[in-house]
Design a protein around this ligand. Structure first.
Ligand code: BES
Ligand code: MN
Ligand code: ZN
Length: 490
């Protein structure tokens, strides 16, 4: 697993600046006012920092931008990273500053002089989140990464403020690792094993195998996995940090470790991207990890359906009719619309077993949502305005794009089947919405529910604010915030 940057917090000691090997980061506001650390650097470099700060290169910077001074005379450092940042900078500028430092550091040891910076923990979060590369499968192994020492006038307070944020980063790293991992490494069984390992951080983890799923009647989930030599699983992760009898929030994830489309085989070009089709389950795992690491005072249960969608002599055919755990029958028109067949059984099981106070499912469900919203926003579908608005607020605060989409009877009617209770696709038009309608048929009236279609945001082709290309970990921070703002007691 990709380890978080090792970060320590120390009392500011400007006498350590001159001899620091690696990089030294210093904050200077737009007016060019220097704090004691900056003044020391300026003195050591015989005024070079002051000249930099007076240059148009510096005055053109936006908050959070960085200008580097390489191999400064008078210092052992390879560079001074000068961050344009005011002491009262906002959360997103602070995170951006941290991300910029992460991008520059390579493998160097970094000393961050936070000076009088308020909310310095947010800078630490940005640095940790962006300091990610997926190298588990590179034969040269990982280059040894240096440490980050954050200097502060109140290091204990800063450490305490950073801890829950670093727990979120650690959860997001797990999501990214799982989502980046190829399908021959992250097989269904390996996925279940990695989730089981989270028992060591205090989660209760239960793995349901095919025999148990058969007994429960999860026929549609099993019908997706039956063409693969890898067994299907449902994994239930429980974190009970809240009131003893309080109904939990249920998070449900699509965990298709690889989606060939099945007998409705996908075209070859780009099929390799379908290694991320377990991204929804990856987010559920990452959130559960964060909750356990920060010992959240909430009851949350994470359920993931883990399958592989392959063509074979035993695979489900187009035209097959399958009975769901709920009891409704589905005519499988297209075996590539498999995510909803996995989720409907897991969502039904989640409600029957846990009577959740709310249910949120996450899935790389449709190409149609990618056409609609690109990589900027996940599609948000809901039957409950207060829960939906709370989520949108949390996502906005975390700068994780989320856009509400409509639902309605007209869309639902497109799922009518001649021979079964419903079809698994509604045609090309409104494809993300008809997928949501399908899921909505497995949500009880009393369950507040959100469906997040993350097909466009789970893994991206160009870097985002806090993630390099590849898996983003989208949603881990937003869901953590939703939980801490709405489901956690004092
Ligand atoms: N896993 C795909 C959706 C997807 C597409 C995820 C692009 C990430 C990026 C899903 O299982 C799928 O194949 N959906 C089909 C549904 C169609 C057959 C109704 C699609 O979107 O084409
Ligand atoms: Mn598919
Ligand atoms: Zn899929």
């Amino acid at each position: 697993m990709t380890a978080l940057t090792s970060m320590s917090f120390a009392e500011t000691d400007i006498d350590k600046i001159a001899d620091h090997v690696g990089r030294v980061a210093v904050m200077i506001d737009a007016e060019g006012k220097m704090n004691p650390g900056a003044r020391r650097i300026n003195k050591l470099t015989k005024g070079a920092l002051e000249r930099l700060v007076q240059s148009t290169q510096f005055t053109d910077l936006k908050p959070g931008d960085v200008l580097s001074m390489g191999y400064p005379t008078g210092m052992a450092a390879e560079a001074v990273d000068v961050v344009q940042l005011a002491n009262n900078a906002g959360v997103h500028d602070l995170r951006k500053a941290g991300a910029n430092l992460a991008k520059r550091r390579g493998t160097a040891d970094v000393m961050v002089l936070t000076g009088g910076l308020r909310k310095a923990a947010e800078l630490c979060f940005g640095l940790a989140m962006r300091d990610y590369t997926f190298e588990d499968n590179k034969s040269n192994g990982k280059p040894r990464k240096g440490a980050v020492t954050v200097m502060s006038s109140a290091p204990d307070d800063l450490k305490a403020a950073a801890a829950p944020l670093l727990a979120i980063a650690e959860g997001a790293f797990m999501t990214r690792d799982l989502t980046n991992e190829p399908a021959n490494v992250l097989t269904t069984t390996e996925f279940a094993n990695r989730l089981s390992e989270m028992k060591s951080i205090g989660l209760d983890v239960e793995v349901l195998d095919e025999a148990q799923l058969e007994t429960l009647g999860m026929r549609t989930l099993l019908s997706v996995g039956q063409g693969s030599d890898s067994p299907s699983y449902v994994v239930v992760m429980t974190w009970n940090g809240g009131e003893k009898d309080a109904a939990p929030l249920a998070l449900v994830g699509k965990g298709v470790v690889f989606d060939t489309g099945g007998i409705s085989l996908k075209p070859g070009a780009g099929m390799e991207d379908m290694t991320m089709d377990m991204g929804g389950a990856g987010v559920v795992a990452g959130v559960m990890r964060s909750l356990a690491l920060r010992k959240a005072k909430a009851n949350v249960v994470g359920l993931v359906g883990i399958v592989e969608n392959m063509p074979s002599g035993n695979a489900t055919r187009p035209g097959d009719v399958i009975k769901t755990m709920k009891g409704d029958t589905v005519e499988v028109i297209n075996t590539d619309a498999e995510g909803r067949l996995v989720l409907c059984d897991v969502m039904w099981y989640a409600q029957e077993r846990f009577k959740p106070a709310g249910m949120i499912d996450l899935a790389t469900l449709t190409g149609a949502i990618v056409v609609s919203l690109g990589a900027e926003n996940a599609g948000v579908f809901s039957n409950n305005d207060p829960l939906c608005n709370a989520f949108l607020k949390a996502a906005e605060a975390e700068n994780e794009g989320a856009w509400r989409m409509p639902m309605g009877k007209g869309y639902d009617d497109l799922l009518k089947s001649r021979i079964a209770d419903m079809k698994n696709i509604g045609g090309r038009m409104g494809g993300a919405v008809t997928a949501a309608q399908f899921l909505g048929r497995f949500v009880k009236d009393e369950t507040p529910w959100i469906h997040l279609d993350i097909a466009g945001v789970a893994s991206v082709k160009s870097e985002t604010a806090l993630a390099p290309t590849g898996a983003t970990g989208w949603g881990v921070a937003a869901l953590n915030r939703l939980i801490s703002d709405n489901f956690e007691g004092e």
